[in-house]
Design a protein around this ligand. Sequence first.
Ligand SMILES: C[S@@+](CC[C@H](N)C(=O)[O-])C[C@H]1O[C@@H](n2cnc3c(N)ncnc32)[C@H](O)[C@@H]1O
Length: 231
Amino acid sequence: MKIMTIFKSRILYIINYFLKPLFYLHHYSSKKINFDWEISNIKNERINILNKISKEISAKKYLEIGCDTDVVFNNVNCEHKVGVDPFKGGTIRDTSDNFFKINQEKFDLIFIDGLHTFDQILKDFHNSFKFLNNGGYIVMHDLIPRNWLEEHVPRISNNWCGDVWKISFLLNNIKYHDYSLILTDFGLGVFRKNHDDLLLNNIDIQKEDFDFLYENFTKLNLIKKENFLNN
Ligand SMILES: C[S@@+](CC[C@H](N)C(=O)[O-])C[C@H]1O[C@@H](n2cnc3c(N)ncnc32)[C@H](O)[C@@H]1O
């Protein structure tokens, strides 16, 4: 039985990450953003970043969208935590859209790491902003795919960032608030709410692809993790 399960999951892995890309070769790009996120002192760095923010603002309420195995949810230091995931982990078994329809709570720190598409992160961001206290933070994961496979929607790679990176271009140098992109752990977007108004940059980013990110990457407000953590 166990052998059959392992066999099935291997077959699915081969189909999803070796055969599927062949159908999308017309999206191929040779460009690469060179980061080695897999090394041990970078993997899970998002936990250190979230805990630094939580401590700095004495966060009382934490919300995580997309919890999976709870590796982050269980390790963020905060008195009251809510985790939303339709499949596993967290405290609420539902999609983020459904959760925000009925939610009444406000949070100090929100970690968005749910469905990795631009449409979804945009909804998650707007909803999170609405339920974030002034002076609170939204942190977003997977904002730096390193190649066309990691960026592709639909998913065709094991490490999948999708096209959530597009939100950085809507938030870069944003009026009233602070936004930076930390160069660690697949890219962490850190947004601080300073005002009730939200005026996203008016650019048409939806149709852009990985090459756009590659060519415009250095225009973003990039920060080394050491500078963020030691600040
Ligand atoms: C990359 S995992 C999250 C990992 C976790 N936050 C961490 O840092 O280890 C993405 C999770 O998002 C969840 N997810 C997918 N669609 C979602 C949605 N519409 N709303 C909330 N979560 C969603 C998936 O079930 C999956 O567990």
